[in-house]
Design a protein around this ligand. Structure first.
Ligand code: FAD
Ligand code: FES
Length: 507
């Protein structure tokens, strides 16, 4: 059997401060009422809601539960999502904005409920959320968002002061939001899900899903199989090449630094409206002062000039503005952004009876993903869901425009890598220092070359197995990232993030 668990190069603070559980990989051939692929907040919550409805659930997680984007997030639970309500109103109408607010508020209460009912020690703490600008020329955007937020049903208020250590020009404040420890929360959900006819399996990467109409057969990388009437793909971007999701959402990476020594760690959770994104919150610790967590400096996956620079930017901001001194943990992660700012939830395509998806949370998937779980669970138990239509995965089928959208994504990425490919004159793989990776020339061809710390060279094809773009080196995560639709591969070629399902070819 292949090595099931991958160890991250830059473990998040959440990973460092949680006791991992261990669930055995799927083996042999089994059956269930519903198979859930992915053990992040979406998959685990869906599984638990279905279990509560009396269904037999098998959850298959490629790596460890909670250690995908959920356990590498900034873990704010809020209905205030930077500037979102005004733009949702513009694009999708007032009712969509109202539904968006209602779904997030429900999710926040549901998370608080699970944490309490299941006794999960996940540092759930109520806090105010704040969206702010330091730029007097942008206060009209704050005004518009306050009005749209109120129309959507949120008790938002405009403020000109905050507990941040610098002046703001204006802000939107929403009280009684929350922060938590996302990995401990996921581990608590997994514990509640496993047992009594339901199963959680780690190290179980799903590679194939056969069938779409009445029953599905899911096969893992190790050849184990599970059969069920329904499968839920709660794995970030759906890895099946059906439904064209890779052209309907784009992956965006964000960076996080947790630092100690800040003079005045704020009590609130805040986020700016400028560029780069700067999202701020305190992290309570069992012993010692709270840490300061700063998140942001986003870029499209595979499209950064320098993958270390975002961390440096966040660190400098934390030092200059908060007096933070020491980096305790730093990590990065990616989430999927939809075109209209609403998630895509429901049947993978209108004709799919058996395959259900949830993606496109736009970096607000802790609450939106919990709401997605309710939509999916209601759909599978035959209950009517009030938000399903607004977030329906089929709403933005790119009728006739799919090819165009794919082409656009690829052209965008090709522009990014074009110059680098043209300029490619080396290095030769032999020239790489330990720990370095680069696209190199090798016997007349381009190769993705990495020299590990022990001096061994790892040579892979640089051609992404999804649609053939050329991967780029991510020195921060020691991975090969595709600039077209965000697939990521380890230095030995394994898929880290879809939509690719096939490893990079070893040379
Ligand atoms: C840096 C950052 C900060 C964020 N901060 C916030 C925040 O403060 N508040 C907020 O609401 N949202 C935040 N988000 C967004 C939020 O974290 C995500 O939207 C949410 O975690 C998505 O949950 P998920 O369950 O869909 O994905 P994940 O947590 O990634 O879970 C998917 C799981 O599927 C598994 N998987 C993938 N492929 C397969 C396969 N083939 N077989 C089996 N398993 C598979 C993966 O290993 C993974 O564990 C943030 C995102 C980022 C990137
Ligand atoms: S992810 Fe689509 S070509 Fe690489």
């Amino acid at each position: 059997m292949s090595e099931p668990i991958r160890h991250p190069r830059n473990p998040s603070w959440w990973k460092r401060s949680a006791e991992p559980a261990a669930y055995v990989p799927l083996a042999g051939r089994t059956s269930a009422d519903v198979i859930v692929v992915g053990g992040g907040i979406v998959g685990l919550t869906t599984g638990l809601l279905l279990k509560e409805a009396g269904m037999r659930v098998t959850l298959l997680e490629a790596n460890r539960v909670g250690e995908g984007t959920t356990g590498y997030s900034s873990a704010k639970l809020t209905s205030l999502h930077r500037l979102s309500y005004a733009s949702i109103e513009d694009r999708s109408g007032r009712e969509a904005a109202r539904v968006y607010a209602e779904a997030n508020e429900w999710a926040l209460a549901r998370i608080a409920g699970f944490a309490e009912e299941l006794g999960i020690d996940c540092q759930f703490q109520r806090r105010a959320a704040l969206t702010f600008t330091r730029d007097a020329d942008r206060t009209h955007e704050i005004d518009a968002e306050v009005e749209a937020g109120r129309r959507a049903g949120l008790a938002v208020e405009k403020v000109v002061d905050s507990d941040l250590p610098f002046p703001i020009a204006a802000g939107i404040r929403l009280d009684r939001q929350a922060s938590f420890h996302p990995l401990r929360y996921c581990l608590g959900l997994a514990k509640a899900l496993d047992g009594a006819g339901c199963h959680v399996h780690e190290g179980s990467q799903v590679e194939e899903v056969e069938g779409e109409d009445e029953r599905v057969l899911v096969r893992t990388r190790d050849g184990a199989e599970c059969e069920a009437p329904h499968v839920v793909l709660a794995c970030g971007i759906p890895f099946l090449d059906r439904g064209g999701f890779f052209a309907r959402v784009h992956p965006s990476r964000s960076y996080c630094v947790a630092m100690s020594g800040a003079d005045v760690p704020p009590e609130s959770m805040s986020i700016n409206i400028g560029e780069p994104t700067l999202s701020i919150r305190p992290i309570p610790r069992a012993e010692g002062e709270p840490l300061l967590l700063v998140t942001g400096a986003d870029h499209k996956t595979g499209q950064a000039e320098d993958h270390e620079e975002p961390w440096e930017l966040l660190e400098t901001f934390a030092q200059q503005e908060f007096g933070a001194r020491e980096v305790v943990a730093r990590w990065s992660s990616q989430d999927y952004m939809s075109v209209d700012g609403l998630p895509l939830i429901g049947r993978m395509r209108p004709s799919s009876q058996s395959i259900h998806v949830a993606t496109g949370f736009g970096k607000w998937g802790l609450t939106l993903g919990t709401a997605a779980a309710r939509i999916l669970a209601d759909g599978l138990t035959g209950a009517t869901n009030p938000w399903a239509e607004t977030f329906d995965a089929g709403r933005s089928q790119l009728s006739g425009g799919l090819g165009e959208a794919i082409g656009e994504g690829m052209n965008d990425a090709k522009r990014f890598v074009g110059d680098r490919i043209r300029q490619l004159s080396g290095p030769e793989p032999e020239e790489l220092a330990p720990g370095a990776g680069a696209i190199c020339r090798h016997e007349g061809d381009a190769v993705a070359a990495y020299r590990d710390e022990e001096g061994r060279l790892h040579l892979l094809s640089p051609t992404c197995t999804h649609l053939g773009c050329r991967v780029v080196w991510n020195s921060a995560e020691t991975s090969w990232d595709c600039p077209c639709h965000g697939s990521r591969f380890s230095v030995s070629g394994e898929v880290l993030n879809g939509p690719a399902v096939t490893p990079l070819e070893s040379l």
